[in-house]
Design a binder for this molecule. Structure first.
Ligand code: BMA
Length: 328
């Protein structure tokens, strides 16, 4: 992808000049790579990243990194923060991956949803924490093959809502399910479908960071995976969902808004991957700091304005019904 072809598009998501901000050389213990981190702000304003760390067996665990400014000066836990526990949780036998963090005011706790890599494929597990030092594990909440999950921060009509991405023979689409207690899940609804054919988000999509709550709806950044003869291309798209009925899509953009362009995104253990699992909101209430895995090798930071993302959707989005008609 040449710069000449991409500069004609409005840059909505701006890379930090010191990218990548974290990689294996920063780690206090020996690892293969670090990427796909969940993110949150702690009560004192510290940025916490819960990073996916892959060891040299190929198995992943989670490790916390903390920074005052969210850019540098990272204090990384000296040993893994959350390790797979395959004896109690057999679904974690091949590691735990890609955490998303939601602070839930009602519980006064952070809910972490992550992929547990079981013999049957990837499933979804959930754990609660107050401090990212001790965790209450709920175990697997969505059986394989399922991943790319985040909990909404408040109940909808009395029920917790979880966005996830089950694989079916018809493709990999984004679903939402509801629960009275975070353990029992039902009322499953299709939320966003992968497109078909030549589209950038054909056949396989998934939630990226947790949704951003705005006065106009839940703003969702999702990834689309395009299979090409030289491998997969992971890019990001944008959609908006109804605040009180989050399975209802209000707007969906046609084109991707962010894709692998920088060298650290194009070359790595897995080429051509940008994969955000978390964001933090800046003090201005508009700028999001998006933390993303780059080429399964490092963590990078990019910034975007929520107002601009919504403006782009107004100009470039369509409601799903129009979208489907256009697809036919
Ligand atoms: C996805 C997930 C991500 C990973 C990406 C590219 O399926 O497993 O963790 O970053 O593939 O390898």
């Amino acid at each position: 992808m040449s710069v000449a072809t991409t500069t004609r598009y409005e840059p909505l998501i701006l890379r930090h000049p010191t990218n990548p901000i974290l990689s294996s050389k920063d780690w206090p213990y020996s690892i293969n790579s670090v990427f796909n981190a969940g993110a949150t702000l702690l009560a004192d304003g510290t940025t916490l990243l819960l990073c996916r760390v892959e060891d040299r067996r190929g198995l992943s665990h989670l490790c916390a990194a903390r920074s005052r400014n969210g850019v540098d000066g990272w204090q990384i836990d000296s040993e893994p923060t959350l390790m797979p526990s395959p004896i109690e949780y057999p679904e974690e036998i091949w590691g735990i991956e890609d955490p998303r963090i939601t602070f839930v005011p009602e519980l006064q706790q952070y809910v972490v949803t992550y992929t547990s890599y079981s013999r049957g494929g990837p499933g979804v597990s959930l754990a609660l924490t107050k401090d990212f030092r001790s965790f209450e594990r709920y175990g697997v909440i969505m059986p394989p093959d399922d991943k790319d999950t985040a909990l909404l921060p408040r109940r909808i009509d009395g029920y917790w809502a979880l966005i996830h991405r089950p694989m079916t023979s018809l493709g990999a689409h984004i679903w939402i399910s509801y629960s009275p207690d975070l353990r029992h899940w039902g009322r499953h609804r299709l939320m966003l479908e992968a497109r078909r054919g030549a589209w950038w988000d054909a056949n396989k999509i998934g939630l990226s960071p947790p949704p951003i709550e705005t006065s106009r709806g839940w703003l969702v950044l999702y990834h689309g995976v395009r299979h090409t003869p030289s491998g997969c291309l992971y890019r990001l798209g944008l959609a908006l969902f109804d605040l009180e009925k989050p399975e209802k899509c209000l707007l969906r953009g046609d084109s991707w808004i962010f894709g692998p362009e920088a060298e650290y995104e194009r070359r790595g253990d897995v080429n051509d991957v940008v994969f955000p699992c978390g964001y933090t909101m800046s003090a201005d209430g508009d700028t999001i700091n998006l933390y993303y895995g780059a080429a399964d090798c490092s963590i990078a930071l990019a910034r975007a304005s929520v107002r601009s993302l919504l403006g782009w959707l107004d100009a470039n989005g369509a409601c799903e019904r129009r979208q489907r008609a256009q697809d036919l």
